[in-house]
Design a protein around this ligand. Structure first.
Ligand code: NAP
Length: 290
C-alpha cells in the first residue's frame, strides 16, 4: 500500500531551531552580559573529526555563541588531556565542554568523559547526566536522540502509546533514545523495544514498529520487508560511500511504505549540532543562575 509520505526535513527544521536559539542567545547576552561559550577539544588529526569540530565552531558563531578550539597532538597522554579538562571545568568563561571522539588509543574515552564536569557535559555522556535521563529528570539530553525527539514533536508525530523500535544500542544513540522514549510526557510515553546484533528474527520485531529508529552504521540495512505499512522511519546512519552519504535504511525502497521518513543526508544529521547549541545555551543559563 502506498502512503502520502512526509519527508522529515532536518535541514529546514534545523534552520528554524537555530534561528530560535540565536534569538535566545541575544536575549541572554543582553540580560547577563555573558556570551555562552563552548570549548571543543580535538586530539590528533582524524579528518572526519576535524570536519565535525569545524562545523560545530561555525554553528556556534552563527547563533552568536563563542567557541574555543583546543587542538592537541595525536601523542597527547591521558594525564595531559585530563589536565586540560580540569582547567576547562574550572574556567567560568567556558559553559560547555566537548571532547571530539574517537580519542587516540593511549587515552581511555571513559576516563575523559567521566572527568568533564556534569554541569558542562553538553554531550550528556557523564554518568550523572545518563542517570538523570533514566530517572526522567534530565539536565542535558544527548544531542542526536534529543534532535530526533524534537523532530517528532515539531512534526506532531504522536508517540504516546506507540510502539517505538530502536535498532542499535550504542551509548550515544540507541540506549539514550530508548530511555527518553519510555519516559512520561510529550514526545515520549511510548512502548519501547531495543534491538541489536543478537536479536533473533530482527525483521519480525522491526515490523511491529509504529516508529522505527535505526542507528547501526550499516548502509541500506533496513529493507522494505522490515517495515510496517504506514510506519515512521528515522534513519540515524551516516555511511560514507563512493556515491556519497548513505543511511542505514534503503530509502528508495522503504519510503513508499512509510507515513514519514528522514532522508540521509538532511534528516537527523543537521539536528545533532543544533541540539548541541541548545545544550550550550542551557549550560550557560544554569551556570549563571538564569
Ligand atoms: P555503534 O556504536 O556503531 O553501534 C551499532 C549498533 O548497531 C550496536 O548496538 C550493534 O549491536 C547494532 N548492530 C550492528 N549490526 C547489526 C545488525 N546486523 N543487526 C542488528 N543490530 C546491529 O552505533 P552508533 O554510534 O549509534 O552509530 C550508528 C550509526 O549512526 C553510524 O552510521 C553513525 O555514523 C551514525 N550516527 C549519526 C549521528 C548523527 O548525528 N546523525 C550521530 C551518531 C551516530 P551490538 O551492540 O550487538 O554490537
Amino acid at each position: 500500500m502506498a502512503f502520502m509520505t512526509t519527508i522529515l526535513n532536518g535541514k529546514e527544521l534545523s534552520q528554524t531551531l537555530r534561528a530560535e536559539i540565536a534569538e535566545q542567545v541575544a536575549d541572554f547576552i543582553q540580560e547577563t552580559g555573558v556570551t555562552p561559550c563552548l570549548a571543543a577539544i580535538l586530539v590528533g588529526d582524524d579528518p572526519a573529526s576535524q570536519v565535525y569540530v569545524r562545523n560545530k565552531e561555525k554553528a556556534c558563531a552563527a547563533v552568536g555563541m563563542k567557541s574555543v578550539l583546543y587542538r592537541l597532538p595525536a601523542e597527547t597522554t591521558q594525564e595531559e588531556l585530563l589536565k586540560l579538562v580540569a582547567e576547562l571545568n574550572a574556567d567560568v568563561s567556558v559553559h560547555g565542554i566537548l571532547c571530539q571522539l574517537p580519542l587516540p588509543k593511549q587515552i581511555s574515552e571513559q576516563v575523559i568523559l567521566d572527568a568533564v564536569s556534569s554541569e558542562k557535559d553538553v554531550d550528556a555522556f557523564h554518568p550523572t547526566n545518563v542517570g538523570l535521563i533514566l530517572q526522567g529528570r534530565p539536565h542535558f539530553l544527548p544531542c542526536t536522540p534529543y534532535g530526533i525527539q524534537e523532530m517528532l514533536k515539531r512534526y506532531q508525530i504522536e508517540t504516546a502509546g506507540k510502539h517505538v523500535v530502536v535498532l542499535g544500542r550504542s551509548d550515544i544513540v540507541g540506549k539514550p533514545m530508548a530511555a527518553m522514549m519510555v519516559q512520561k510526557g510529550l514526545g515520549a510515553d511510548a512502548t519501547v523495544t531495543v534491538c541489536h546484533s543478537r536479536t533473533k528474527d530482527l525483521a519480525s520485531v522491526t515490523r511491529l514498529a509504529d516508529i522505527l529508529i535505526v542507528a547501526i552504521g550499516k548502509p541500506k540495512f533496513v529493507t522494505a520487508d522490515m517495515v510496517k505499512d504506514g510506519a515512521v522511519v528515522v534513519d540515524v546512519g551516516i555511511n560514507r560511500m563512493e556515491a556519497g552519504l548513505v543511511g542505514d535504511v534503503d530509502f528508495d525502497a522503504v519510503q513508499a511504505k512509510t507515513s514519514a521518513i528522514t532522508p540521509v543526508p538532511g534528516g537527523v544529521g543537521p539536528l545533532t549540532i543544533t541540539m548541541l547549541l541548545g545544550n550550550t545555551l542551557k549550560a550557560a543559563r544554569s551556570q549563571t543562575g538564569k
